[in-house]
Design a protein around this ligand. Structure first.
Ligand code: FES
Length: 169
């Protein structure tokens, strides 16, 4: 069983919060090695901060005693980890093959015009970030859009405005 690290030991600059460390430690008690905790540690930090900065990647690496490159590799591979600040809600548009065949471009373009932003941008009010995304596992209901954890299936141009309105504060 993996040894749980004392919560008084934090990463560079002590930037991991006590709450983050407590949650990471809870995961450490369930896994055989610290590397396996890496993705959960990234998710924990993102849950508390909205995204994962370079400093947080280094702090996680230091805390788990693995290389920053290894943490960075996991963060890069896992597309739900954001390495730059994002809006309060992240809208991802599937651009994989089924959604492409079903004309995701019209949905994407309507989202861009509805939000007034391009891919990778955040609305001026900080509410929405728009990103492309890989297959979301609902290919038989393409095109598919995900808003945070909510999957919207069979989306067409005419549904975009209602989807955006639904998530506005
Ligand atoms: S290709 Fe879009 S959900 Fe699978």
């Amino acid at each position: 069983m993996t040894q749980v690290i004392s919560s008084d030991r934090v990463g560079p600059g002590g930037i991991l919060s006590p709450q983050e460390i407590e949650e990471i430690n809870a995961d450490l008690s369930h896994y055989e090695d610290n590397q396996a905790v890496c993705i959960d540690a990234l998710k924990i930090v993102q849950k508390h901060r909205g995204w994962v900065s370079d400093e947080c990647v280094e702090a996680i690496a230091d805390y788990l005693k693995i290389s920053a490159a290894a943490v960075e590799g996991v963060a890069t591979f896992y597309n739900l980890i954001y390495r730059e600040p994002v809006g309060k809600k992240v809208i991802r548009v599937c651009d994989s093959v089924s959604c492409w065949v079903m004309g995701y471009e019209t949905v994407r373009d309507r989202l861009k015009s509805e939000l007034g932003i391009e891919y990778g941008e955040t609305t001026a009010d900080g509410e929405f970030t728009l990103l492309p995304g890989p297959c979301m596992g609902a290919c038989d209901h393409a095109p598919v859009v995900m808003v945070d954890n909510d999957l919207h299936e069979d989306v067409d141009e005419s549904k975009v405005k209602a989807i955006v309105e639904h998530y506005k504060p």
